[in-house]
Design a protein. Structure first.
Length: 133
């Protein structure tokens, strides 16, 4: 995701905080083989933009880039990339956490886990192990 980082860098930036959400092979003690993401296209893009703008309102000079993939992703694939840049690290890091936490609550993107036993289940992004860490 170097392109996401490149979108936020410029001469006045002292810190870039990056979050990469990746597909893990185990969730809630169940072996996962893939994840499938679906989104309400235009609304998801609009809400992602709104979340970034809200984060920027808390810290002048903050620059944010966010990308969330849709479709079927394999273990280890990056599903979401967030880069937050600011002259100071605290603001960049706080914005990164705000963006991922708020995105999971407000952006109409849905996740379906594909398990090793063949079952596929749509997951609430605000519940379970995703919400704990």
């Amino acid at each position: 995701m170097p392109a996401v980082i490149a979108r936020v860098q410029h001469g006045g930036i002292g810190a870039v905080s990056v979050f990469l959400g990746t597909v893990r092979e185990l969730n809630d003690d169940r072996p996962v083989t893939a994840l499938e993401y679906d989104a309400y296209g235009g609304m998801a893009e609009s809400e992602l933009r709104a979340v970034a703008e809200e984060a920027c309102s808390f810290a002048p000079e903050l620059v944010i880039a966010v990308e969330h993939r849709v479709g079927t992703l394999d273990i280890g694939d990056v599903s979401v990339a967030i880069a937050c840049a600011h002259p100071h690290r605290a603001q960049a890091m706080e914005a990164t956490r705000f963006v991922i936490d708020t995105l999971k609550q407000r952006v109409p993107i849905w996740k379906r886990e594909h398990y090793a036993d063949g079952e596929r289940v749509w997951i609430d992004p605000t519940r379970g192990s995703d919400a704990r860490t």
